[in-house]
Design a protein around this ligand. Structure first.
Ligand SMILES: NC(=O)c1ccc[n+]([C@@H]2O[C@H](COP(=O)([O-])OP(=O)(O)OC[C@H]3O[C@@H](n4cnc5c(N)ncnc54)[C@H](O)[C@@H]3O)[C@@H](O)[C@H]2O)c1
Length: 435
């Protein structure tokens, strides 16, 4: 057996017997559920995060994400630890990097977190280690950015250390599709890198799908999210068109959905939110500019989705107008600040933009969101109000932005004077307006 092959056998054996220790860098929406899944599968797991607060929460077994309730710490049985100290990397057999990849103001990918994490890992790299990038990022990041950082240490990727890319597909709050049963794409810089990445993920995921290169896996992840952004834009554009036609977009979609093939329903809403769908298509568009290609559909989808909060505000103004009222000085109750139902996440949430525009027009704006403790908007902190008949009755207009289960399980619509519903959850009535 060659040296590499014998080391590989050792890695495989260590993974299979749970002797391998696993690290997860970045304990957020993507990293913490992954770390927890490895720990539940019997691995000793070390989470590394620059946030002392997150590290403390994990050490104290406190839940701060919907997908990791406190009882999962019990199932992990003390196998998940956390630290802010990258020195812990040295003792790991494998680690994944799940740090943020936001967009800059000019809609270019900001991979500074990936670079910082890769550099800190490189400083503590140990021979034989497998490093897997999991952050969503532009095509080429693994081989053009992370690989040189690791090799600056003198180690050769594919011989001394191993590098893979395995995009995160987690859908926070989705109880049907979890890390375990969502097929996992894996890739490696060399065949041995791929093999080790596959070996690791097979232990926690039912179906592992290999890609021929990290660039394919990186692009596949971007295509998945672009597919969603473009289809949501199509549904939003349908809503804009149906408004002019004087018909219901929801009814049109319901009718079209009866086609048993070649149609996948998507629905309109107040815009796109979360740190993935609104952001990720731009990674692809940005990278392709280097090749002289302009991703027109991605740009068009962005324009439509980004225009939706203003359209919703227009709908609110129209609904109030029919009652001879204006937005100014009118009491408005917004339902749902999170970007989607039953999650805490307000990143990029279109509800924030709706709120901003209503405040700018002088509205007396309050919000209710059982999932969101408070929101910060342009430096001002806003506290939620209760989901109660009194609050609903006191509002001149109730605006449904996010269909949290609390609103649906305890409907209070009969107390509302006027409703603008962007999610098609309120039963039809003369005082209910839909986008
Ligand atoms: N949130 C999702 O639903 C989702 C889904 C699929 C993919 N992703 C991708 O996963 C990646 C992570 O996203 P997220 O939502 O988990 O982000 P997050 O902001 O929830 O968490 C990221 C964590 O990384 C930590 N961090 C930042 N820089 C660090 C560093 N240098 N070293 C160690 N820790 C560091 C932060 O403190 C934070 O705790 C992104 O690329 C994102 O696009 C996210």
């Amino acid at each position: 057996m060659t040296d590499t092959a014998s080391r590989a056998a050792t890695f495989e054996e260590r993974v299979r017997t749970r002797d391998a220790s696993v690290g997860v860098v970045g304990l957020g929406y993507a990293g913490l559920p992954l770390a927890m899944t490895f720990a539940e599968a019997g691995f000793e797991v070390t989470g590394i995060d620059v946030s002392a607060e997150r590290v403390r929460a994990v050490e104290e077994r406190r839940s701060y994400l919907v997908d990791v309730p406190a009882e999962r710490y019990d199932r992990a049985d003390g196998r998940l630890r956390a630290t802010t100290d990258y020195a812990a990397v040295t003792d790991l057999d494998a680690l994944t990097i799940c740090v943020p990849t936001p967009l800059s103001k000019t809609r270019a990918p900001d991979i500074s977190y990936v670079v910082a994490a890769a550099e800190a890992v490189a400083e503590n790299l140990a021979p034989g280690q497998l490093v897997v990038l999991q952050s969503t990022t532009h095509p080429g990041t693994t081989e053009e950015i992370v690989l040189p950082i690791l090799e600056r240490t003198g180690a050769r990727v594919g011989r001394d250390v191993f590098l893979g890319y395995a995009p995160e597909r987690v859908d926070p709050g989705n109880e049907q599709w979890t890390i375990r049963n969502t097929p996992k794409l894996v890739s490696g810089v060399t065949a041995e890198c791929l093999r080790r990445t596959e070996v690791l993920y097979r232990e926690i995921v039912e179906t592992v799908v290999t890609c021929s290169s990290p660039t394919v896996a990186e692009t596949a992840k971007l295509h998945e999210n672009t597919f969603r952004a473009v289809n949501i834009a199509l549904a939003n554009e349908l809503a804009l068109m149906c408004d002019r036609l004087g018909i219901s977009a929801w009814e049109v979609i319901e009718a079209a959905s009866t086609k048993p093939f070649a149609f996948l329903p998507h629905y309109p809403g107040p815009g796109l939110g979360g740190d993935c769908i609104p952001v990720v298509p731009h990674f692809l568009a940005w990278r392709l500019r280097e090749y002289g290609y302009s991703a027109q559909l991605i740009e068009a989808a962005h324009e439509i989705n980004a225009s939706m909060p203003r359209y919703v505000v227009g709908k609110i103004a129209d609904a109030l107008n029919e009652e001879s009222r204006a937005i100014k000085a009118t009491r408005l109750l917004l339902l749902g600040m999170a970007y989607k139902a039953d999650v805490h996440d307000t990143r990029e949430s279109p509800s924030l933009e709706v709120m901003r525009q209503l405040l700018a027009r002088g509205g007396d704006v309050r919000y209710c969101d059982p999932w969101v403790e408070h929101v910060e908007l342009d430096g001002v902190r806003h506290e939620p109000v209760e989901w109660s008949p009194d609050e609903v009755a006191a509002a001149d207009c109730v605006v449904v932005l996010t269909q949290h289960r609390q609103f649906l399980e305890r409907p209070l619509w009969e107390h509302a004077r006027l409703v603008v519903d962007t999610r098609n959850v309120v039963p039809p009535a003369p005082n209910v307006h839909r986008i």
